[in-house]
Design a protein around this ligand. Structure first.
Ligand SMILES: *[C@@H]1O[C@H](CO)[C@@H](O)[C@H](O)[C@H]1NC(C)=O
Length: 447
C-alpha cells in the first residue's frame, strides 16, 4: 500500500513538474486582450503595435493602441498606450482597429483606421520621432475616408510608398514622401479567383480583410484573413507591389476561439516570424482576442509553409541579462497582473494578488546571483516576492519582503539575498501575501 501511494505521488509529482516546465508562452501578451498584430523591426528589437479589446467585451469595444517590444521574441516589454481615439484623434469617436507603423525621414508613421465623428470609417496617420512616442495626429483630420479599414504600408525599392487598405475589397494608393499625403487616385485591386482563390466571400474569392503587404527576396506578398467566418489566413504573391497577385493558398487554418484573425510577417535576427491572433487567454473570444507568434522557415521557392497555432510560441533568441535593470513589465508570461503608467514616466505591474506571477524566460545568471532587488510600492501592507527558477513552483532561491509604502506610487527599493541562481533559467517572480492588491513592481535587478 505504502509503496503504491509513494509511486502514485512520484508520478503526480513528475506530472506537475512537467506541466510546470512546459509553461506556454503564447499568447505573448497576457495582461490585456490584444488583436491585429503589426510588428516592425527597429535596431535590435521588434516593436509590436496592437489594438486592444476591453476586458469583458461582447462586441468590438476598442479605444486605444498599445506598443510592446522584444529583443528575443520570448520576453515582451509593455510600452503602454501610444495613441487613443480620445486623446490623439479628437475627430474620431469609435473603432480603434488594426494599423501599422513604418519608418521614414527619421520619423515613424502610424496608419490607423477609426470612425470619423458623425462620419464614415476613415484612416488617420500619426507621427513620432521615437517609436515609443509621443505620437501626434499628423493632419488633424483623416488621411482618407472611404469606409475601408486595415491599412498596411510598404516602401518599394525606388522609394515609392504604398498604402493598401481593405474590407470590402482591396485598394492601394501612392503615398507622397512626406508619408502624410497621397497622389493619384485610389486603385481598386481586381478580385478574382486566380489572385485570391475561390471562396465564400461576396466577390467569390477567399479574400476577407487584414492585408499585410511586403517584399522578400524579389517576391511581393499579400497575406490576409480569408474566408470569413471563422477566418483562416491565406496569401498571394506577385512580381510587383501592384501585383498582379497569384493565389498561393492557406498559411494558417481557422482555429482558436476567435472568428477573425489578422496576419503579420517579419524577418528578425535571421529568422522569420508569423504573428496572428486568437482567443486563447482565459475569457478569450472573438471580442477578447490575444496576439500570438510562431517562427517559421520559408520554402526554397519563397512559399510559406502551413503553420499551426501553438501554446509554446517562438523560441527565445539568446538570453536575458539579470544584472541590468529589467522593467517588471517585461514578461514571457504572466498570470493575474496588469500594467499601468507610473507618475515618473515608466510603467509598472499592478493589481498584484496572492498567487499571481511573472515569468521571464532564459535568464543568464552565470556563476550565481547573490541578491535581488526590486522597486516596489504598496498602499496596503505589501507582501512577498518569491524568486523561483524553472517554474512557478520551482526552486525558491530568495524571498523579498515588500512593506507597505503608503501609496501605490510611493516607490521604495527592497532587496533580499539569493542563493542557487546559476546558469540559464526561466525566472518566476511569484507574489504572495494577504488578500486584495498587495503591491506594484516598477523594475527589478540581480546583483
Ligand atoms: C479580465 O478581468 C478579469 C476579472 O477582473 C480578470 O481576472 C482578468 O485577469 C482580466 N483579463 C485580462 C486579459 O485583462
Amino acid at each position: 500500500m505504502h509503496s503504491f501511494y509513494a509511486r502514485l505521488l512520484l508520478v503526480l509529482g513528475t506530472l506537475l513538474a512537467v506541466l510546470d516546465t512546459v509553461q506556454a508562452d503564447n499568447p505573448i501578451i497576457q495582461s490585456i486582450y490584444t488583436a491585429d498584430p503589426a510588428p516592425i523591426v527597429v535596431d535590435d528589437r521588434v516593436y509590436l503595435l496592437a489594438d486592444h479589446d476591453e476586458n469583458g467585451s461582447t462586441t468590438y469595444n476598442m479605444r486605444d493602441w498599445r506598443l510592446f517590444s522584444s529583443a528575443d521574441m520570448a520576453n515582451w516589454q509593455d510600452h503602454g498606450v501610444i495613441a487613443s481615439i480620445a486623446t490623439t484623434f479628437p475627430w474620431a469617436d469609435l473603432n480603434a482597429w488594426a494599423g501599422q507603423i513604418i519608418a521614414r525621414n527619421n520619423k515613424f508613421y502610424m496608419y490607423l483606421p477609426m470612425r470619423r465623428r458623425g462620419g464614415n470609417t476613415a484612416i488617420g496617420v500619426a507621427v513620432a520621432d521615437s517609436i515609443t512616442g509621443p505620437w501626434k495626429d499628423a493632419l488633424g483630420k483623416p488621411l482618407l475616408e472611404n469606409g475601408r479599414i486595415d491599412p498596411t504600408v510598404w516602401i518599394d525599392d525606388n522609394g515609392q510608398a504604398y498604402l493598401y487598405f481593405a474590407n470590402p475589397g482591396l485598394f492601394y494608393v501612392k503615398l507622397n514622401t512626406d508619408m502624410i499625403s497621397y497622389s493619384g487616385s485610389i486603385v481598386e485591386v481586381s478580385m478574382n479567383v486566380a489572385s485570391f482563390g475561390s471562396g465564400r466571400e461576396a466577390d467569390g474569392t477567399t479574400f476577407a480583410e487584414g492585408p499585410w503587404v511586403y517584399k522578400r527576396n524579389n517576391l511581393y506578398y499579400v497575406v490576409y484573413a480569408a474566408n470569413c467566418c471563422s477566418e483562416d489566413i491565406r496569401y498571394s504573391t506577385g512580381p510587383s507591389i501592384m501585383g498582379p497577385w497569384t493565389y498561393r493558398g492557406v498559411v494558417m487554418a481557422s482555429a482558436g476561439k476567435s472568428f477573425t484573425n489578422h496576419p503579420a510577417v517579419i524577418d528578425f535576427k535571421g529568422k522569420s516570424y508569423f504573428f496572428y491572433h486568437n482567443g486563447a487567454l482565459p475569457g478569450g473570444s472573438g471580442y477578447t482576442r490575444s496576439i500570438a507568434v510562431e517562427s517559421f522557415t520559408y520554402n526554397a521557392d519563397g512559399t510559406i509553409p502551413l503553420l499551426t497555432m501553438t501554446n509554446a510560441g517562438a523560441p527565445q533568441i539568446g538570453t536575458l541579462n539579470p544584472y541590468t535593470r529589467n522593467e517588471a513589465e517585461t514578461m514571457a508570461f504572466s498570470s493575474g497582473v496588469q500594467t499601468q503608467a507610473t507618475l515618473d514616466g515608466g510603467l509598472a505591474i499592478i493589481n498584484i494578488e496572492i498567487g499571481d506571477y511573472v515569468k521571464v524566460a532564459g535568464v543568464a545568471f552565470g556563476n550565481g546571483a547573490k541578491s535581488f532587488y526590486a522597486r516596489v510600492a504598496s498602499a496596503t501592507s505589501g507582501g512577498k516576492i518569491e524568486v523561483r527558477l524553472g517554474g512557478v513552483t520551482g526552486t525558491l532561491v530568495g524571498t523579498c519582503v515588500v512593506p507597505g509604502t503608503n501609496g501605490w506610487q510611493s516607490w521604495q527599493v527592497v532587496t533580499c539575498a539569493v542563493s542557487g541562481a546559476t546558469g540559464i533559467k526561466d525566472l518566476y517572480l511569484k507574489f504572495t501575501g494577504g488578500s486584495g492588491y498587495l503591491f506594484n513592481v516598477d523594475y527589478w535587478q540581480f546583483a
